[in-house]
Design a protein around this ligand. Structure first.
Ligand SMILES: C[C@](O)(CO)[C@H](O)COP(=O)(O)OP(=O)(O)OC[C@H]1O[C@@H](n2ccc(N)nc2=O)[C@H](O)[C@@H]1O
Ligand SMILES: Nc1ncnc2c1ncn2[C@@H]1O[C@H](COP(=O)(O)OP(=O)(O)OP(=O)(O)O)[C@@H](O)[C@H]1O
Length: 292
């Protein structure tokens, strides 16, 4: 086999808590992560030498700083691979949005090259390698619904929450993840998500019971700096969405809808106010396996 195509899916954070700062510049987190069916398309074609990235999106670098390049290089060096690869990325996931678009591409690269280079590495090994490239990559490899701890790499799968309709709105701002973590100040007044209760609702497969406990501590940093995030949250809530939250380090905001009809209607309204508005469903590969 010398050719592979794949879809790489975005994630949202249903809860995001920060428990403390580590000595390595990272933070200990606790978060419930969820794959959604908003995806990039990737194509991998073997060649003799070198790693070449092709991507038309103006905000995505095609040099060695691309997450995909770093993932491919890590695998190539670690397993002394004497082959090259052309990697084509077609972006649908908004860039620098808090939706782990780049991490999903990095995860897809590890999976695809594991096959094309016949490495036969188990998922746990790919996750360990992925962590070295980015904290969200291990979850992107696992997918579905999961509790993430450590820096995001210690993962426990939760019962799937597939096919819940979401509306997502990305305001036209870019936020650096490192900046957000650096500016988070936790004290005794800081509100934290009730992760255990959110997990309980998910385990009971009762999204309405879980939603009141969805909370993202990083909004404490982003909302004062970017009030438009709060304005979008308010609009989504006014229009009837539930569990409205910023994803990751932002700036994308998502909200849960009752059904497709409600999602379409909210999406239509918000498209008149914002340029980047998306509909997506929560996704679990095991439940919704499809021919890719
Ligand atoms: C905000 C989230 O997207 C939520 O899922 C992740 O925690 C961030 O994941 P990511 O973008 O893959 O993160 P990385 O690319 O590994 O790290 C970017 C920067 O974010 C900060 N960072 C990230 C993860 C973490 N647990 N603690 C941190 O402090 C670090 O300063 C790091 O330099
Ligand atoms: N393959 C890639 N796709 C998207 N962005 C990439 C990629 N490789 C490198 N980048 C760079 O990484 C930065 C973060 O992009 P990305 O879309 O992954 O952010 P994000 O959704 O906020 O990630 P996360 O939720 O993991 O913090 C961008 O500024 C972009 O220039």
């Amino acid at each position: 086999m010398n050719h592979k195509k794949m879809k790489t899916r975005a994630k949202i954070n249903l809860t995001l808590d920060v428990l403390g700062k580590r000595k390595d510049n990272y933070h200990e987190v606790e978060m419930i992560m969820q794959s959604i069916d908003l995806f990039d398309e990737m194509e991998f074609i073997s060649k003799k030498k070198g790693i070449t990235i092709y991507c038309q999106h103006c905000e995505v670098p095609i040099d060695e700083s691309n997450i995909v390049y770093r993932a491919a290089k890590l695998l190539k060096d670690e397993y002394k691979i004497d082959k090259g690869i052309d990697i084509f990325i077609h972006k649908n996931i908004p860039v620098a949005a808090g939706l782990a678009g780049g991490s999903s591409n990095g995860a897809g690269t590890l999976q695809a090259l594991n096959e094309l280079w016949q490495l036969d590495l188990p998922l746990t090994k790919l996750m360990e390698l992925g962590k070295r490239v980015g904290a969200d990559i291990p979850f992107c490899l696992l997918g579905g619904t999961a509790l993430a701890q450590g820096i995001g790499e210690k993962l426990q799968s939760l019962p799937p929450l597939p096919s819940n309709w979401l509306v997502l709105v990305k305001p036209p701002i870019s936020i650096s993840t490192a900046w957000v973590y650096k500016n988070l100040k936790i004290n005794r007044h800081t509100q934290h998500p009730d992760t255990a209760r959110a997990i309980q609702g998910i385990k009971e497969q009762n999204i309405d019971k879980a939603i009141p406990y969805f909370y993202n501590i990083l909004e404490d940093v982003t909302i004062p700096a970017y009030p438009e995030i709060k304005a979008i949250k308010k609009r989504l809530e006014e229009l009837g969405a539930k569990g409205v939250l910023m994803s990751g380090s932002g700036p994308t905001v998502f909200g849960f809808c009752r059904d497709e009809k409600e999602a379409q209607s909210i999406c239509r309204t918000l498209k008149k106010e914002y340029n980047e508005v998306f509909i997506a469903k929560t996704y679990d590969e095991e439940v919704e396996a499809e021919d890719e």
